[in-house]
Ligand binder design. Structure first.
Ligand SMILES: CC(C)(COP(=O)(O)OP(=O)(O)OC[C@H]1O[C@@H](n2cnc3c(N)ncnc32)[C@H](O)[C@@H]1OP(=O)(O)O)[C@@H](O)C(=O)NCCC(=O)NCCS
Length: 211
């Protein structure tokens, strides 16, 4: 059997940050699915034959009026690797029950506590994810910093996010970055969404740098 090569160290590679473009859609969708930690598979898998959660997320990324839209994403790119990280964010106030009307009702009901625990008035960081062999190089931190700057540009004084309580590395990163815990959305146990402890709402108040 062929051995899978170890990922190379990426620490010396130049990383660029830019607003996403339509052609980034597939890479963004893959990373948003990773950030969801199984959420999108829980919501969308097996609804339509031969259509995966990834396909539905990719369709959302390709649309203009979807929260997942590429227009709401910043990407990190690394040379020939292309997109290696993404931040997807939009005003929390743009989320309403109507956003989720198309969801199958039992799946919607299952995650309703998450949807109801929002920091209204903030910019909502729906997803931040970095490709596996690029993690631990500060890319996630840079993406969060850029999302903060975009929130301030949009006149929103806070950045908020949901993170699974058992996603210890991500929570450590957010706390180090100044996010505090606001509340926990308890979700019923489900073999299709295997997270312990529910989903944590965190937020950070943003300070405008003096002109
Ligand atoms: C969470 C995630 C986005 C963080 O991205 P990242 O690029 O690894 O983040 P950073 O490199 O900025 O920070 C991660 C760690 O690397 C360290 N680090 C930061 N800059 C570094 C650098 N230049 N060199 C080495 N290490 C560095 C940080 O101190 C941090 O350490 P910690 O693990 O003790 O907290 C990434 O792990 C990921 O994609 N996870 C899967 C998806 C996910 O869970 N997303 C969050 C959903 S809420």
């Amino acid at each position: 059997m062929d051995r899978i090569p170890e990922p190379k160290s990426r620490r010396d590679e130049r990383i660029d940050y830019r607003p996403a473009m339509p052609d980034d859609g597939a890479a963004i969708a893959g990373l948003i699915c990773q950030a969801g930690g199984g959420l999108y598979e829980f919501l969308f898998d097996d609804l339509i034959p031969f259509v995966r959660a990834f396909d539905i997320v990719a369709a959302g990324v390709g649309m203009s009026d979807s929260p997942l839209s590429w227009e709401n994403c910043l990407v990190a790119t690394g040379g020939s690797a292309g997109v290696v990280g993404v931040a997807n964010f939009f005003p929390a106030d743009s989320i309403s029950d109507e956003t989720f009307l198309s969801l199958v009702s039992d799946r919607f009901e299952h995650i309703r506590p998450m949807l109801q625990l929002l920091d209204r008035g903030s910019m909502f960081l729906n997803a931040v994810a970095v490709a596996g062999n690029y993690r631990g190089n500060g890319i996630g931190t840079r993406l969060i910093e850029r999302a903060e700057a975009r929130a301030l540009e949009a006149g929103l004084p806070r950045l908020s996010l949901h993170v699974w309580v058992d996603n210890v590395p991500a929570i450590r990163l957010y706390k180090r970055h100044g996010f505090t815990e606001v509340g926990i959305a308890e979700l019923a146990a489900s073999p299709r969404l295997p997270h312990r402890g529910g989903s944590l709402l965190m937020r950070k108040t943003l300070l405008r740098s003096p002109d």
